[in-house]
Design a protein. Structure first.
Length: 71
């Protein structure tokens, strides 16, 4: 999941700060440090984090749970 979040974030041209701000604006407070730790798999991503990040990235939470495909 961590790699998928990072991949989708960078594909959309967002910094960690921008995505964290987006998640916060959607009503789920998140700092860029929290997001960084999630992307590096150093912090557990709770279900509410998963849904909020998916909403901010405009994808289904299931997309974030899938393994990234090799390109």
């Amino acid at each position: 999941m961590a790699r998928t979040v990072e991949t989708l974030r960078t594909e959309r041209g967002l910094s960690q700060r921008q995505l964290a701000d987006c998640v916060t604006a959607l009503g789920h407070p998140m700092s860029n440090t929290m997001l960084s730790r999630i992307e590096r798999a150093q912090r557990r991503c709770d279900a509410d984090d998963l849904v909020a990040i998916a909403d901010a990235l405009l994808v289904s939470p299931l997309v974030l749970l899938q393994r990234p495909t090799a390109t």
